[in-house]
Ligand binder design. Sequence first.
Ligand SMILES: NC(=O)c1ccc[n+]([C@@H]2O[C@H](COP(=O)([O-])OP(=O)(O)OC[C@H]3O[C@@H](n4cnc5c(N)ncnc54)[C@H](O)[C@@H]3O)[C@@H](O)[C@H]2O)c1
Length: 336
Amino acid sequence: MRYIDDDLKDKTILITGGAGFIGSNLAFYFQENHPDAKVVILDSFRSKETLSNGNLKSFGHFKNLIGFLGKVISGDINDKELLNSLEKEYKFDYIFHEAAISDTTAQEQDLMIKTNVNAYEDLLLLAQKHGANMIYASSAATYGNAESPQRVGYEAPQNVYGFSKLCMDNLSREFMKKSTISIVGLRYFNVYGAREYFKNSTASMVLQFAHQMLSGKNPTLFESSDKILRDFIYIEDVIFANIKAMQPKRSGIFNVGTGKARSFQDIVDILQSELGTNLTCEYIPNPFIGSYQFHTEADISSTKEVLGYESRFELEDGIRAYANEIRRIYNQEVEK
Ligand SMILES: NC(=O)c1ccc[n+]([C@@H]2O[C@H](COP(=O)([O-])OP(=O)(O)OC[C@H]3O[C@@H](n4cnc5c(N)ncnc54)[C@H](O)[C@@H]3O)[C@@H](O)[C@H]2O)c1
């Protein structure tokens, strides 16, 4: 379903991080709903390179793009020469910037700031030169354990990832003052949905619990999981917010959540009913106390007002919409 009237005919759209979870969903949204738009994906894709926590340095995967007909470029956003060559070769109308070290547990502060913040500035300069709208991924991690509901302007990041996203927002505000292009930062809360599987252990707990349960294992939760609350948001709502952010003159930083906090226990309970299981939950002590978000809930009032966004998927709706894909991925991708 098309979310804006403009058919985007002859428009050129750059999606950085387009081989990742959210970027690839955006790419397919345009392909399906705006076939006359030209979509260019820039992604470093995965190699065997890992971070010190053992996770992959970048999660992009070709399988997220099977069926995508646009241009695909493998490259690093930190590569200034590559960005210069893109600047000459294309004239972008919109840039959706999703590329990042997306792993919230990454410890490499140098790489995180370089990739998430410094490369973003180069992309903002490119957007400015092309007169392109910039729509970029910020994060609820900027809030850390700030009081709920989280509101823009009240941040307290607890890790370098959250800090890097806050630096992106600050940089964006500086550009908004001096630039005429539209710059929209979207602070996604906890996103789940199709094409997240290749994020491995950083994929959402919706998928991780579901696959645990489909394999017949009892779901393992942290103690008091009924009191650990997050604003879980379905991918289709995230795509909707991105497309609404394309409207002219909407610059700003906005939360993208449902506006409702739900518990990890809720996820498991809904999955039991969707997957037809009746497994016994097991509880383990939470090793992350002190560096863990216990209650996130997006204040989405300005997102509604300025972007015309509203969340259309409560947790029950999102998991129901996702259930077949969860099973397909389990049957086709998970090694048993
Ligand atoms: N998924 C969530 O719940 C969530 C929540 C808040 C914010 N975000 C942000 O949304 C954006 C997209 O997240 P995602 O969940 O799709 O993660 P993802 O890891 O699937 O996507 C990020 C993509 O960026 C690519 N990438 C990484 N480093 C790169 C580099 N140096 N040059 C080029 N490409 C590079 C990766 O290969 C990957 O395909 C990220 O900026 C992330 O921080 C995600």
